[in-house]
Ligand binder design. Sequence first.
Ligand code: AMP
Length: 195
Amino acid sequence: MNKPAFSVCIYCGSKHGNNDMFTQTAHQAGQWIGRHGGQLVYGGGRNGLMGELAQATLAAGGRVVGIIPRALVQREWAHEGCTELHVVDTMHERKRMMAEMADAFLALPGGIGTFEEFFEVWTWRQLGYHDKPVGLLNAAGYYDGLLTFVSNVTRQGFMNDWQNELIRVGDEVQTLLQSLVQDAGLAPPVRSQDL
Ligand code: AMP
């Protein structure tokens, strides 16, 4: 495969969650990346939404870069089918590599690992450590509570509107991916199935 059209780092749950829609969303995200000649950068696991996302990307012809700390290889069942699987020494190295290899970041539904990674790239953006687009997929209202909390943080004076505006929130994964890739200045070709 030629150089990918874009590279998106996706954070998501190492579990499936209780709503089938989460799995469908991970599947659609992978399909969209593959169909548009893109590359997925993710945590390298084969469980939960992470595994679904990687599998769908590969099946649609995309590249998948998995980056996993040695200590998690067993626990998260490293996905041996990745186009590139990097086994690194520490979590910090994982996150640094993921951030460097991505043109944009997106969080799908997940647990505290997903939150931590999402908040890290959001805070790095507010500090100017990078200027890459950051998205949050509010699938089936999963992040409603978080968004309400963040509004409250703003009302309480610990955040300003410009910090909120650094993230793009959406409820439809293909549209959100398209916007993030465009924000990164890397508009993928429009595919007939998107019309
Ligand atoms: P979760 O959303 O909790 O299912 O975790 C999703 C991914 O986040 C998994 O690959 C975890 O290894 C990863 N993760 C868990 N804790 C952390 C952390 N402190 N920093 C970065 N990633 C983490």
